[in-house]
Design a binder for this molecule. Structure first.
Ligand SMILES: [Zn+2]
Length: 279
């Protein structure tokens, strides 16, 4: 499943090629994504210049003067950019957005085998896209300076859930998916089952740093795949960082050698070192 680092790397790969260019055409071959793709999207976007390609949590925000196209990769989506005639669309290539004019045409193609992704239009007249129902209740961005120890400490007071569940909820900070939650807690030396309300200030400090480091590392690792998003060669697949605990049950901790343990929290697997992450 694409996580925040994949979405950020997608943004970095596409932005230099499409920002500032006008949309020439939109071809939607299958409108049945998680929500129906607007039928008139082509009319809405044609002739309009893309101002910037931004990201909020796992949403890409394609900002135009008259509104914002919101896209999400769902469970299995990916964007690929074609700098010349794209190949015949496959059965999972649901939408193309064509930018620029010949001979400099660029086609952003959305592929999504499981169709849990989204392509939605938010017109300027409906207000700031940040207040869109999908975006309004999201937690802070991990690299936002407001995401700091004071914020994490305050946001966990009164929360009885385990700290890992609090991270996954996405209402404190976005982008900490299942793998990144285990990895961040390991680096911060915090037991994943610690009740969120019992997180100390010092632990909050370490956890903020760990979340940022883990996500930055994954984005960095994905940066080496940037060119794979362009053209037909290469594999713009999902990537994972070199995990220290995730999926390593029974293997020695890379810090202390103790076997890594696995536990289930809300049906999701958590991996941790019982020695480095004492309760
Ligand atoms: Zn250890």
């Amino acid at each position: 499943m694409p996580e925040l680092p994949e979405v950020e790397v997608t943004r970095r790969a596409l932005a230099p090629y499409v920002e500032g260019l006008a949309v020439q055409a939109v071809r939607v071959r299958d409108r049945r994504l998680r929500w129906p793709v607007p039928a008139r999207l082509g009319t809405t976007l044609s002739g309009r210049a893309l101002l910037t390609l931004d990201r909020r949590a796992k949403y890409l925000l394609w900002r135009f003067e008259h509104g914002t196209l919101i896209s999400h990769l769902g469970m299995s989506g990916s964007w690929r950019l074609h700098l010349d005639a794209p190949p015949q669309p496959g059965v999972h290539d649901h939408a193309d957005i064509e930018f620029g004019a010949a001979p400099g045409v660029r086609i952003a193609r959305l592929t999504d085998p499981r169709r849990f992704g989204a392509l939605l239009w938010h017109p300027h007249g409906r207000g700031d896209v940040a207040r869109h129902p999908l975006l309004a209740h999201l937690g802070l961005e991990p690299f936002d300076t407001h995401f700091d120890a004071a914020h994490l400490y305050a946001a966990t007071r009164g929360r009885r859930v385990a700290i890992k569940q609090a991270l996954l909820s996405g209402d404190i900070v976005v982008g900490v998916g299942n793998i990144y939650a285990s990895e961040s807690l390991f680096r911060a030396q915090i037991h994943p089952a610690l009740p969120a309300a019992r997180l100390t200030r010092a632990q909050a400090e370490r956890l903020v740093e760990a979340v940022r480091a883990v996500l930055a590392e994954a984005i960095e690792a994905g940066g080496s795949t940037l060119r794979n998003f362009i053209g037909v060669d290469g594999n713009a697949g999902y990537f994972t960082l070199n995990a220290r605990v995730y999926d390593r049950a029974g293997q020695p901790c890379k810090v202390c050698g103790t076997p890594i343990r696995r536990l289930l929290q809300g049906q999701r697997a958590t991996f941790f070192c019982p020695r480095c992450q004492r309760r």
